[in-house]
Ligand binder design. Structure first.
Ligand code: PGA
Length: 255
């Protein structure tokens, strides 16, 4: 059985005090949820303070990116060592906004995955097609190439520690959610690729989250799909009540 994982990507929102406030609200609201992994991913500046709030609770901490080097002359960079030091156990890698606005490539994601694993961070590896690729019926081809490049030279024992997030770019922050069946189709495809790259055992155990305009109203149906093992939530994770409802509605699926 794959344990559901719901992660909140706070993106470039929340000052330190606001982040502490949100983390406190979630800790209060969700203290009793043990059957779902709940991860919150604040900006770098709030990681350590949010860790203080949630340490010892059922909430887990993630960063939104990291550099692949441990340290060095990389002005503006933050390393895996540093995010681990701040309390993170997860790190989102290859988010489409990093790919679109910051020149992230699947090759750099590959280096970051390897570095993250070295620091015992669980990478949440994002893949997804944009609108024109979907319209040209190239979704599977794009996902395959991204995954192949991201997972290059990552052995099975390492790969089994990953979480994959399928995030169709056209559904992120647009209010357009992929239909549960559309998402399921791609999740199933990703799992079939994992069988090819590794084996049934790994593919059957690896968690694949869906991301893109996830809300309390659509989470139940998404999670009800066989190969959808959780969600990576952006906008709706910035509000304690909305994120709480997303987690609570996921519980109802009884996976
Ligand atoms: P969204 O973002 O929920 O605001 O669409 C999802 C994401 O970018 O991870």
């Amino acid at each position: 059985m794959r344990k559901l994982i719901i992660a909140g990507n706070w993106k470039m929102f929340k000052t330190i005090l606001e982040a502490i406030d949100l983390a406190n609200g979630l800790k209060r609201n969700l203290f009793d949820v043990t059957t779902i992994d709940i991860v919150i991913c604040p900006a770098f500046t709030s990681l350590a303070e949010v860790y203080e709030v949630i340490s010892g609770s059922n909430l887990q901490l993630g960063a939104q990116d990291m550099h692949w080097e441990e340290q060095g002359a990389f002005t503006g960079g933050v390393s895996g060592l540093m995010v681990k030091d701040a309390g993170a156990d997860f790190v989102i890698l290859g988010h489409s906004e990093r790919r679109i606005y910051f020149g992230e490539t699947s090759q750099s994601v590959n280096k970051k995955i390897k570095a993250a694993l070295k620091f015992n961070l669980t990478p949440i590896v994002c893949v997804g097609e944009n609108l024109s690729q979907r319209e040209e019926n190239r979704t599977f081809e794009v996902i395959k190439q991204q995954l192949e490049e991201c997972l290059d030279a990552i052995e099975k024992e390492e790969a089994r520690k990953l979480v994959i997030a399928y995030e169709p770019v056209w559904a992120i922050g647009t209010g357009k959610t992929a239909l549960p069946k559309q998402a399921q189709e791609v999740h199933k495809y990703i799992r079939s690729l994992l069988v090819k790259f590794y084996d049934e055992d790994l593919a059957g155990n690896l968690r694949i989250q869906y991301g893109g305009s996830v809300k309390p109203e659509n989470i139940f149906q998404l999670i009800s799909e066989e190969d959808i093992d959780g969600a990576l939530v952006g906008g709706a994770s910035l509000d304690a009540e909305l994120f709480t409802s997303i987690v609570r509605n996921s519980l109802k699926v009884g996976k």
